[in-house]
Write a protein that binds this ligand. Sequence first.
Ligand SMILES: NC(=O)c1ccc[n+]([C@@H]2O[C@H](COP(=O)([O-])OP(=O)(O)OC[C@H]3O[C@@H](n4cnc5c(N)ncnc54)[C@H](O)[C@@H]3O)[C@@H](O)[C@H]2O)c1
Length: 363
Amino acid sequence: MGVFTASDGYEPTGHEQVVFCQDKQSGLRAIIAIYSTALGPALGGTRFYPYASEEDAVRDALDLSRGMAYKNALAGLDLGGGKAVIWGDPDRDKSEPLLRAYGRFVESLGGRYYTACDVGTYVQDMDVIARETRFVTGRSEAHGGAGDSSVLTAYGVFQGMRAAAEHRWGTPTLAGRRVGIAGLGKVGKHLTRHLLDDGAQVVATDVSERALEWARTTYSQVDLVDDVTKLITSDIDVYAPCALGGALNDDTVALLRAKIVAGAANNQLAHPGIEKLLDERGILYAPDYVVNSGGVIQVADEIEGFNFDRAKSRASKIYDTTRQILELARDEGVPPAVAADRLAERRMADVGRLRTIRLPRER
Ligand SMILES: NC(=O)c1ccc[n+]([C@@H]2O[C@H](COP(=O)([O-])OP(=O)(O)OC[C@H]3O[C@@H](n4cnc5c(N)ncnc54)[C@H](O)[C@@H]3O)[C@@H](O)[C@H]2O)c1
């Protein structure tokens, strides 16, 4: 996968900067990828993962950082997109020296990149990294961090779902609708509460007995089904994938009875072309990276000194952004996923361009 040149059927990626960081002593092997700083410093988490090869690690860093640029742009943040990967097994390789070595590399970028938690890294790790760099978010509450981001992620998903309901049925409410949630984890639980408060019926599934038990004891009115196939073939109006990526593939889209898909899971479209399939079946898809941006809005707020009400107010705009995307998709005759990308690219170009208006302090 080339940054400058096409390779393996990939186009040149267009990233601004890709940094390889190595500290042999602690075993650190990290790649920090900055896709764009057009809107501000690049923000994106650090994934600690035992990739099968260096190429897989590079590809993930490049893909994820590009995704963050689009997500941050549509979240209305003055932040660009970046992401880092640490190549290794977090259970075996994570140590204080490794995390602090990584922190020093983040610091060396002088604020072009802010890091946060991702798969394999936790708030406690961010606190360690923060001993070496100022450019870190997702910290523990004891250190001024925002805490569990699933609260605003679920709130944002609910706002995006309301916008999709308005677009489809004319009213921004899920009252009287049947919503199927796949995954009653951190986000799925909060989403259940928002939906029940709004007057929706909820049907859900999870592979974890603990999650199902939570539903039985907390919300006995939630219908539980055995698996995702039973969920998507049941009589639901809205499908909310809140478990793993790739929830929308050729098979599931063919079976799906819902008229709207809006959920928290990242990378819901299993491969390019699924967005067209959804369109052809008349299923309105609220793009994942738009409706699940409440989490990044929450951690981004830490840069200013975390304020929950301010972050929540920003997350409530996910309603307007989703509406705008669905309207653009209808007007331009493209799937919402394509409209979302166009809107993100437009904001990066239009707002990014303003930096060409030179200020006195810039030389
Ligand atoms: N937490 C956030 O702030 C946030 C932000 C953006 C995106 N997301 C994405 O949203 C999704 C959910 O996040 P979370 O924080 O709630 O994660 P989580 O791990 O707390 O919950 C996921 C739940 O899905 C269940 N699950 C796994 N496989 C399943 C299957 N095949 N069928 C049914 N249930 C299954 C798990 O048992 C678990 O209860 C993830 O894809 C995550 O990447 C989360």
